[in-house]
Ligand binder design. Structure first.
Ligand code: FCB
Length: 467
């Protein structure tokens, strides 16, 4: 891990503690309309899983199934945000963060018959009203993976009907919450829902069949496409879009086979989602990689899926170095001697810049972009009341520089959300992996602002004070 003081000027340079955190004077990040915020997700922070009529989600089922989540952790309590939301909003405000990206737990707000659960709805109303009172720009994700278990019991995302149920849910939420939401995202990272949930079983509901993954993806994207016009009708003033995770794949050698492998990696991670959304068709290469897995679809589906977006949310974390697997696929070839995070993910800010500039040339209708998640996990400890998360400071600085470079290369990027506001339930890795800019002591629920958050706050304060 490179944490020494030998800073150089490209985005791969290690952090120097002597460096100021603030971007250079010519950085687009100084623009006051470049939104800087933090993100969370319902199941990862709320807890209170059986309070006020909340129904079980697939993550309650999965995390309580032995062997699925590290150390047997579950989201039953998480950051107890359901009860501590007021203090958490104050904390967000005190850090000077301008935007907050949260998600709504579908099983908290709708019962199995599709009727509203008032108590659950009121929670989000109070939260969003308070955020608006405080002048925070609100980004609301409708689906960040906590599918109601009763829908999974009827096939989940393998059942086309789930897409229609999602549109009903989007209808209810946008009627109830219109006016308090600045931007709606239908789905968070359909790649993870489809591939990790149905393709390799690492996430809920834990099914493992690539054919399931492509079918689940189609229904997820259909759900998105069905919800878009509903959101437009019910809440015309807000922005509407979707959030995709993107991955950089680089070839292990210059051979044609390895370059093809890197291309296929990006088809599988990026084009599988972005092509249907922005070109109205699945990439043909996907079905060369996974022969015979074309999803069942109906006429008109791709038109529904490719409804125009007001924004595209991009989540970026790392790159994967790959080589050909000798057949028609790719295999990971982890690089030695590179900087990695607590997740084992390689720190590679240039990947973010290169993907964004690549999308601009691939997709002529690329909508304005928000970086809706970026951040890293580290084994942070509170020492004398402080958390010195040096690697995260360096990570954020280099990724913000990559964003600035993409903006300078002509990509319209309107904002950046840190993942995450606070340490939380990191899915299959439970509470061990700490992604927050605020530390959470899970035995006391005490929050401790990490050094990274202090530096972001300082930059935002400086920016605000500029004339
Ligand atoms: C993303 C998820 C988010 C968080 C980060 C680390 O894939 O959207 O909930 O777990 O990874």
């Amino acid at each position: 891990m490179a944490n020494d003081a030998s800073a150089v000027s490209d985005t791969r340079s290690p952090h120097s503690l002597a460096d100021p955190f603030s971007p250079p004077a010519d950085s687009a990040l100084w623009r006051k309309n470049f939104l800087v915020g933090a993100a969370t997700a319902s199941y990862q922070i709320e807890g209170a899983v059986d309070e006020d009529g909340r129904l079980p989600s697939i993550w309650d089922t999965f995390s309580t199934t032995p062997g699925k989540v590290l150390a047997g952790d579950t989201g039953a309590v998480a950051c107890d945000h359901y009860h501590r939301w007021e203090a958490d909003v104050d904390m967000l405000v005190s850090l000077g963060l301008e935007g907050y990206r949260l998600s709504i737990a579908w099983p908290r707000v709708m019962d199995a018959a599709g009727l509203p659960n008032r108590k659950g709805l009121d929670f989000y109303k109070r939260l969003l009203n308070r955020l608006k009172e405080k002048g925070i720009t609100t980004f609301v994700t409708l689906y960040h993976w906590d599918l109601p278990q009763h829908l999974e019991d009827r096939g989940g995302w393998l059942n086309r009907d789930t897409a229609y149920r999602f549109a009903d849910y989007a209808d209810l939420m946008s009627r109830e919450l219109a006016g308090t939401v600045d931007a709606w995202a239908t789905l968070n990272e359909p790649w993870c829902s489809a591939f990790l949930g149905y393709g390799n079983g690492h996430h809920a509901p834990g099914l493992a069949d690539v054919g399931f993954a492509t079918q689940a993806m189609h229904h997820l994207l259909l759900a998105h496409g069905l919800a878009m016009p509903v959101l437009r009708t019910n809440d015309p003033a807000s922005q509407k879009g979707i959030v995709a995770n993107i991955g950089r794949g680089t070839p292990n050698s210059d051979s044609t086979a390895d370059r093809r492998a890197a291309h296929l990696f990006e088809v599988q991670h990026n084009a599988w989602i972005l092509d249907p959304l922005l070109k109205g068709a699945y990439p043909r290469d996907l079905f060369e990689l996974w022969p015979g897995t074309e999803p069942l679809m109906l006429d008109g589906d791709m038109q529904t899926v490719s409804a125009p977006l007001d924004f595209l949310g991009i989540n970026y974390y790392f790159r994967t170095n790959v080589s050909s697997d000798g057949a028609h696929g790719f295999r990971d070839v982890p690089l030695e001697g590179v900087e990695r995070t607590q997740m084992g993910w390689e720190v590679f800010p240039d990947g973010l810049r290169d993907l964004l500039t690549g999308f601009k040339s691939t997709y002529h209708n690329l909508p304005p972009i928000y970086i809706t998640e970026n951040g890293m996990a580290s084994d942070d400890k509170v020492i004398d009341g402080h958390v010195d998360d040096t690697q995260r400071i360096s990570f954020l600085k280099r990724h913000l520089a990559a964003v600035d470079q993409a903006i300078k290369a002509g990509v319209e990027i309107r904002g950046y959300f840190l993942w995450s506001l606070m340490d939380n339930f990191e899915w299959a890795f439970g509470y061990e992996r700490r992604f927050g800019v605020v530390h959470v002591d899970y035995s006391t629920q005490k929050r401790t602002v990490k050094r990274s958050a202090e530096l972001v706050a300082k930059f935002l304060k400086e920016r605000k004070a500029r004339v």
